[in-house]
Design a protein around this ligand. Sequence first.
Ligand SMILES: NC(=O)c1ccc[n+]([C@@H]2O[C@H](COP(=O)([O-])OP(=O)(O)OC[C@H]3O[C@@H](n4cnc5c(N)ncnc54)[C@H](OP(=O)(O)O)[C@@H]3O)[C@@H](O)[C@H]2O)c1
Length: 333
Amino acid sequence: MASPAAAGSASVGVGVPKIPEFLAATAGGRPVPAVGLGTASFPFGEKDVRAAALAALELGYRHLDTASLYGSERAVGEAVAEAVRRGVVASREEVFVTTKMWCSQSHPDLVLPSLRESLQNLQMEYVDLYLIHWPVATKPGKPQFPIKREDIVPMDLSGVWRAMEECHRLGLARMIGVSNFTTTKLQQLLSIAEIPPAVNQVEMNPIWQQKKLIEFCKDKGIHVTAYSPLGGQGMSNAVLRCEVLEEISKARGKSVAQISLRWIYEQGASMVVKSLKLERLKENMEIFNWELSDEDRLKIGQIPQHKKVRLTGILSSEGTTSVDLAELDVVEM
Ligand SMILES: NC(=O)c1ccc[n+]([C@@H]2O[C@H](COP(=O)([O-])OP(=O)(O)OC[C@H]3O[C@@H](n4cnc5c(N)ncnc54)[C@H](OP(=O)(O)O)[C@@H]3O)[C@@H](O)[C@H]2O)c1
């Protein structure tokens, strides 16, 4: 994985700050802007996403993260089209767009049609990055959340990845990758892939630092993108309430959110952070012209670890499955 020092800068209009980029290892791959806008809101849908994405592009964001599950693809596409119309960006090419295939689409014969459907929603010819959302397959159908336990079926990872590779060869996905993959799942994938995954998008922040996974991905040339970089949505936010981060935030004159995002950037990972508020969109990209001290990094390195997003958390509480969930819901430190 590229270090911040190796990161380049996206080109943006005069007076708009540049967000640095990481070079993903894939041949012909696109640089990944270090900070992107997450567009998953709960409940899922496109409410306010178009305005937030357009505001983000005006501020200098060049990376938008969506998924077939989120119901935000259409709004993301509209924001990009509007940004082109208004001259905020010169063309769609300037924006790095990621979307993801849901578990109900993770079947060899459904990958390409699912990407075509996402492109139709986005009104785009290609996405910059197409991801397998989870290493889990459910019965074919429209994306549903939470997943019904009885809908889980064994996943044909090899067949699904072949279809992902085909999406790349057809030019519909400039890069292909995965999300929520552990080192074990990545190893399985690397043993069968002709085109290795360019990116693994995972939960990552000072409360869930992913040290083992980060090292593994660095070694294999897989770029890591952090999701829930502020600890995710909802009241029980262990990142924004972390005393160690609060202490550092006071000493540095930065917000707790900025301390968390800066720490992620210094790990060599890009991140997708969600906000629908203009002030926060600005705050979340002001992390590049200062750095943490060695002492800050040491303190953050000692924060007790807690994983928030678990497979069981995206499943219905009732019902049974014949698939071994323990094999899928692995927590790696
Ligand atoms: N691949 C996956 O399985 C997966 C899973 C989860 C998420 N994601 C992606 O990652 C994105 C981000 O993750 P996330 O949405 O879970 O959570 P997050 O970005 O860690 O946190 C978002 C929450 O923090 C608030 N917030 C944003 N900026 C803030 C700031 N500067 N100060 C205080 N609060 C702030 C937001 O509220 P306001 O909107 O009110 O500002 C929102 O409630 C998602 O939108 C999605 O695109 C991917």
